[in-house]
Design a protein around this ligand. Structure first.
Ligand code: PAF
Length: 282
């Protein structure tokens, strides 16, 4: 595996492959890799000649400084995992390499970046859009891979690709879960033993809600039940639970073929998100 910390040598390296008409797959990450990330690498390896993984903890997308400072950084372990997974190139730039200017461009996605995650993490999606645009311009991938766990992020990147005419295909890869249903996340490694036991409550809530909604229960009643389910666990705090249209995340009152349930909350001070499609899977 080739490792690059700087943009220009990476660009020069990738240029040779582009001239050979190789297909380049990009997997953008913030490191602290887990099986969810490795599924993205695997998907890219199946569909491309060359897979590039980026590891960069992007300060522009953190609205909470404490969250940024505590974000797990495990580059040595990540590098070993990437090598073992057959990834071809690792790009792990410094802050100075990525942001030479302190003041950066802001993005506005209208309603899409103001609801759900956007409501609780102001500025977050602007920072995501900025770093993803930079990575797309640096790597010029044919395909880019994102996880379904960050469903709103996926829709936003989709809009970014469409509106800015990035010449690439976007791929959404299903959530990888632990045996007890907890969605894989880099944040899970910060959970204490008790918190780790409580954390699957969000997935259990999604499954329970899906069942209730499909059996015709009213959304308000379902929301109350989910709130109670979370409150029963000390240390768990629900931030939002929503039924939405999976094309545009507009909030819905009842289930359609397009429905998705989204949830976010805290276990102790660790913020977790998850989602579950209620309507048709694709
Ligand atoms: O999903 C993530 O890990 C990040 O938001 C991303 C896409 C790598 C941008 O920093």
């Amino acid at each position: 595996m080739e490792i690059f910390k700087e943009i220009e040598p990476l660009r020069a390296y990738l240029k040779q492959f582009r001239q050979l008409k190789s297909s380049i797959g990009l997997v953008p990450t913030m490191g602290a890799l887990h099986a969810g990330h490795l599924a993205l690498i695997e998907a890219s390896r199946k569909e491309n000649t060359l897979t590039v993984c980026s590891i960069y903890v992007n300060p522009a997308q953190f609205n909470n400084l404490q969250d940024l400072e505590k974000y797990p950084q495990t580059l040595e372990r990540d590098t070993a995992l990437l090598k073992a997974s057959g990834c071809d190139v690792l790009f792990c730039p410094s802050h100075h390499e990525m942001y030479k200017n302190q003041d950066h461009i802001r993005f506005d996605f209208g309603a899409l970046d103001k609801i759900l995650e956007g409501e609780y993490r102001p500025g977050h999606f602007s920072g995501v859009a900025l770093v993803v645009s930079k990575l797309f311009n640096i790597v010029l991938p044919n395909k880019a891979y994102f996880g379904q766990k960050d469903f709103q992020q996926f829709l936003l990147v989709k809009k970014l690709v469409e509106d800015l005419n990035f010449d690439l295909e976007l791929k959404r890869v299903p959530i990888v879960r632990e045996a007890d249903g907890l969605a894989m996340s880099s944040r899970n490694m910060r959970l204490s033993t008790q918190q780790r036991k409580d954390a699957p409550v969000f997935y259990q809530a999604l499954q329970h809600a899906k069942k209730m909604l499909l059996s015709g229960k009213d959304l308000k009643a379902v929301q109350n039940e989910i709130q109670l389910m979370c409150e029963r666990k000390p240390g768990v705090r629900l931030e939002y639970f929503a039924l939405a249209d999976k094309e545009n995340l507009k909030l819905a009152e009842s289930v359609t073929g397009q429905s998705i349930l989204l949830i976010a909350g805290y276990v102790g001070e660790i913020r977790l998100i998850d989602n579950l499609v209620v309507g048709d899977e694709n």
